[in-house]
Write a protein that binds this ligand. Structure first.
Ligand code: DX5
Ligand code: ZN
Length: 229
């Protein structure tokens, strides 16, 4: 198995102590900071924007993985790039011109990706493989942390894994496959076995108090569980 990347979602962090929280997850072994941006339009919730991204940037050296749940998308891309984002993903339903938005993200020096909701068909990937650095499959409907994993994500993951492997075989270029929503120690083995190489975990990580090294313990438990199949 290749190295699993863990991306704790700060949606479940203590927002009053965000700098401390992101430092704690990096110290505990996180590979990415997953940064959920919600606009009360594309999704029925409202979270954080570029200013908060810029505020946490000096607190971590790991990449910031910005998940845009906003509509429209394009105007926010330069702002997040300037705020120190390293990866930017968006939902194809939220952009009029998906190809253009993907290009825009790379033009601003970030890795680019599409996020597919549980009901979004894989066909949206068909004509943009060359523009993708990451595919993110939602395993819950976007908008809230702490929801239950939707099981139909597993066969979908297998399909995307096959497509990514075929793409790598013909181009030599790898594309990350990330999963977001309801990832826990009791399902991560199935998720990774189905082909995910990057897992978001919000409530699973931040639900554990860090006072006694809880974040490290949970992330180690996730990595160990991921290897158990
Ligand atoms: C949901 C967000 C997720 C969420 C994950 O819209 O994109 O990143 O915070 O949280 P858990 O791991 O609690 O499902
Ligand atoms: Zn997310």
């Amino acid at each position: 198995m290749n190295t699993l990347r863990l991306a704790p979602s700060i949606l479940s962090a203590d927002f009053a102590r965000l700098g401390e929280e992101v430092r704690a997850i990096e110290a505990a072994g996180a590979d990415l900071v997953h940064f959920d941006v919600m606009d009360n339009h594309y999704v029925p919730n409202l979270t954080i924007g570029p200013q908060v991204c810029a505020a946490i940037r000096p607190h971590v050296t790991i990449p910031i993985d910005v998940h845009l749940m906003v509509e429209p998308v394009d105007a926010l891309i330069p702002l997040f790039a300037k705020a120190g984002a390293n990866l930017i993903t968006f939902h194809p339903e939220a952009s009029r011109h998906v190809d253009r938005t993907l290009q825009l993200i790379r033009d601003h020096g970030c890795k680019a990706g599409l996020v597919l909701n549980p009901a979004t068909p894989l066909a949206v990937l068909d004509h943009v493989w060359d523009r993708l650095d990451i595919v993110l499959l939602m395993s819950v409907n976007p908008g809230f942390g702490g929801q239950a994993f939707i099981d139909s994500t597993i066969p979908k993951l297998r399909q995307v894994r096959q497509q990514i492997d075929a793409y790598r075989a013909s181009t030599g270029r790898d594309i990350w496959l990330e999963v977001d929503g309801g990832v826990k120690t009791d399902n991560i083995a199935r998720i990774v076995a189905a082909g995910a190489d990057t897992c978001v975990a919000g409530s699973a990580v931040f639900g554990a108090p860090d006072a006694d090294g809880g974040y490290r313990t949970v992330m180690q438990a996730l990595r160990t569980a991921a290897q158990s199949l």
